[in-house]
Structures are given as structure tokens and as C-alpha cells.
Design a protein around this ligand. Structure first.
Ligand code: UDP
Ligand code: MG
Length: 247
């Protein structure tokens, strides 16, 4: 157990070279914590940043009492950072938002009313504020993924999600899995998903780390891996056991 156990929701924020976003991030997240519909903390995951992000993360965590961090030895990509965050979360629910604040933490309050009923509640970016080319890539990738996975998700990459932590911890993790969360949660019994429209903003500082190759080609191949995994996924139900201590 760790300190996240004292909260209902932990918001995981993956961070790779986002030094110019850190002060806005602190401001927006601390403002949100005061308005959050449930008791909430923030968990920064530094994914081997090469700039001053880690120094800034540590300063923020000293100033703000509900902010925690873990820092990875080397850069492993968004999926690795998410896994590290989920592994370190012991609150009932785990949220996810990007450090570039293209979605607003306040919109977690739009998702929260549905979290009891749905193991995954996620945003749909209404009026996406990305370039024409990026939106096009995203549309093509989403359409193909939907066809291959039947995940029923409109905007699987939306950086605003809340999951039941127990469901999130059982997701099979691999590089690139962050694009398949709805499909991966759906592998589990009761793994239902709800989508809610949320606001979307342009990236104002720092640079995007994803481009044509890692947004389109690798995820295309991953769709076939998902189909394989779906066929082979293990779901078992324990009928009885004497493992539980009844005291
Ligand atoms: N990120 C990360 N490790 C990486 C690449 C990105 O933790 O190797 C983080 C990044 O700091 C951001 C989020 O993942 O918080 C999404 O990255 P980005 O905004 O560059 O992706 P895009 O929105 O352009 O797809
Ligand atoms: Mg982004």
C-alpha cells in the first residue's frame, strides 16, 4: 500500500519532457482538487524526462499536499508510464490525463457520476483542436481499430479516463496498449465502457511526442495482436476455496 490508498481517485499524469507545462499543470490540478466530486490525489509519473520536469515535479509535490510522484529510470513510452502509475495506485479508482492539458481536469467531474456503474468512463474530444493532419490520422486509426476490435469506442486516445483500479491492474500491458484500453477492459467480465463528450484545447507548450509511424503503423499491427489476445484471453471464475481468513 502507499499514500494513494487514502483517496478514492488517483489521477495519473504521464510526463516526458514537459517542463514548460508544469506550472500550468500544478495550477489546474490543484484548482480541480478543491472542486473534485470525490477525494482525489495526483500521481505524476516521470517517464525518464531529459529536461527539468523531474525537478519541477519534486518542487510541486513539496508545495501541494495531495500530489505524489514516481520517476522511472528511463523513458519507456506512454503505455509504460501508465502501467507504472496504475501499478502504484491503491485508491478505488484511477484516472488519467496528459501533462499537456489538452483536456481539462475539471471535466473529471463529468465522468465521475458514471464510475460506479462502468469500469471505464472516458471522454470524447468534442471539437478537437489538433491539426488537420493529426485529426485525419486519428480518424483513420480509430475507424480501423473499431472495425478490428469492436471496442465501440469513438475516441480511444482521449486523454481523460477513469477506470476501476482492479480492472486497470488486470489489463494486459504492452507498448502501445494505451490506445486499446476500451478493448482491453472489454476482455474482462462486466468490462463495460461509457463515453462522455469533454472539452479539448490546443497544446500550448512543449511538443507532441507522437508522429505518423508511432500513431498509425505500429497501432495497425497491434490490432492483429489484440485479435489474437482476445481469442486466448483467460477468464476464470473461482467456484469455491478455503483461502479466505474469515476472522
Ligand atoms: N509521454 C510519456 N512518455 C513518452 C511520450 C509521451 O510519458 O515517451 C506523455 C507526455 O508527456 C504526455 C502524454 O504522454 O503527457 C501524451 O503525449 P503527447 O501529448 O506528446 O501525445 P499526443 O497528444 O500528441 O498524441
Ligand atoms: Mg497531447
Amino acid at each position: 500500500m502507499n499514500k494513494t490508498n487514502d483517496y478514492i481517485l488517483t489521477i495519473v499524469v504521464p510526463i516526458y519532457n514537459e517542463e514548460d507545462n508544469m506550472s500550468a499543470l500544478e495550477e489546474r490540478l490543484s484548482t480541480y482538487l478543491k472542486k473534485a466530486l470525490t477525494s482525489t490525489c495526483v500521481l505524476f509519473v516521470n517517464d525518464g524526462s531529459k529536461d527539468s520536469s523531474l525537478v519541477k515535479i519534486k518542487e510541486i509535490c513539496q508545495r501541494q499536499k495531495d500530489f505524489f510522484y514516481c520517476s522511472l529510470e528511463r523513458n519507456g513510452g506512454l503505455s509504460a508510464a501508465m502501467k507504472a502509475g496504475i501499478d502504484a495506485t491503491y485508491s478505488r479508482f484511477v484516472g488519467y490525463i496528459d501533462a499537456d492539458l489538452q483536456t481539462d481536469p475539471e471535466d473529471f467531474n463529468l465522468l465521475l457520476p458514471y464510475v460506479r456503474e462502468y469500469p471505464l468512463v472516458m471522454g470524447i474530444r468534442a471539437n478537437r483542436k489538433d491539426s488537420f493532419f493529426k485529426n485525419l490520422q486519428s480518424k483513420v486509426a480509430n475507424g480501423f481499430r473499431r472495425m478490428m476490435t469492436h471496442d465501440g469506442s469513438t475516441d480511444t486516445g482521449c486523454p481523460l479516463k477513469i477506470m476501476h483500479t482492479d480492472y486497470a491492474k488486470r489489463v494486459p500491458f504492452f507498448t502501445g496498449m494505451h490506445r486499446f484500453l476500451p478493448a482491453l477492459i472489454a476482455l474482462q467480465p462486466g468490462g463495460r465502457m461509457k463515453e462522455i463528450p469533454v472539452r479539448h484545447f490546443p497544446r500550448v507548450a512543449g511538443v507532441s511526442k507522437y508522429h505518423l509511424w508511432n500513431r498509425l503503423i505500429a497501432p495497425f499491427i497491434d490490432c492483429f495482436a489484440y485479435r489474437w489476445m482476445k481469442k486466448r484471453y483467460i477468464n476464470y471464475q473461482v467456484a469455491e476455496s478455503n483461502l479466505r481468513d474469515e476472522k
